[in-house]
Design a protein around this ligand. Sequence first.
Ligand SMILES: [Zn+2]
Ligand SMILES: [Zn+2]
Length: 139
Amino acid sequence: MLTFSNGKRILEHRYVIQEKICRKLKLNEVIHHIDHNGKNNNISNLQILSPEEHSRLHRKERNISYVLIKCPQCNKNYKKEERRVKYRLKQGQKVFCSRKCSGKFGSYLYWKIDESAKGRQSGLEPVNLGSSPSSSAMP
Ligand SMILES: [Zn+2]
Ligand SMILES: [Zn+2]
């Protein structure tokens, strides 16, 4: 952190790069330390990235630990990022192998609720999709 005589403060790496490019950095510009040493503010170690590029870069380099999970929908074992699984479980949510499975599970729950509501209505006949109306009309 550098402090100017007027009391304004700026992160050193932002200052260094602004001197180089002769303009102020925009809010959506992130300075990345190429050697990952945050104290190395040498201009050759600094790179301007968008926040997306920057997080992608760090995600790639970070060691992500995976855990093996059994999907409650398809019973398949699958790998999932441990951090995400822990977060979901903490929220009391189930963890599925895919968005497709979580969607299916959601509609299954909805179907169950719907079914019990139908049971209370006496006038409804179950629909048999196996036979067509024309064949059942035949003697
Ligand atoms: Zn970085
Ligand atoms: Zn699944």
